[in-house]
Write a protein that binds this ligand. Structure first.
Ligand SMILES: [Zn+2]
Length: 156
């Protein structure tokens, strides 16, 4: 019985259904999140877009994410690497909801959900820290997380 509890607990941590919405409520989404893929990004783009020191995101394959209400405005950002990310935000209140892969990438790409807008945010503890090279001096390594100077090599 105890083992069963542990297994169920692990399953919950590894796979989690989340829902979220922008500040004004015009855009809503749902996703099946892999709990091990919650990360913090300290890159300059994330700092500027979030208006804060870092951004917290959950990565999912496109088929595990969908908007359930409203249509977000899309801003296409070109990274230094040349990769195109489609930044989705509410045209009304400005809340950033996620970044989407370029249309051509399809299922080969990924959706990066800005999980601060998720109703389950408190349960989503980051396990990875990206772009620690541009992390602000007043933050140190997050306990229990793995740090990277840049981003994962894109192995998908
Ligand atoms: Zn809104």
């Amino acid at each position: 019985m105890r083992q069963m509890d542990l297994l169920n607990r692990l399953r919950k941590i590894l796979k989690m259904d989340i829902t979220g919405s922008c500040f004004c409520g015009q855009i809503e989404y749902e996703a099946e999140l892999d709990g091990t893929a919650v990360s913090i990004c300290h890159c300059r783009d994330c700092q500027v877009f979030s208006g804060s020191a870092f951004r917290t995101s959950g990565i999912v394959p496109p088929h595990r994410f969908r908007f359930t209400r409203g249509t977000p405005k899309i801003f296409e950002k070109v990274a230094d690497s040349g990769a195109v990310r489609r930044m989705a935000f509410c045209a009304e209140c400005g809340t950033h909801l996620c970044s989407l892969p370029a249309e051509a990438e399809g299922e080969a790409g990924f959706v990066s959900i800005r999980v601060a807008s998720s109703h389950q945010f408190k349960q989503l503890q980051p396990v990875l820290e990206f772009f620690c090279c541009s992390r602000v001096d007043w933050l140190s390594d997050l306990e229990g997380a793995t740090q990277f100077d840049g981003m994962f090599p894109r192995s998908r």
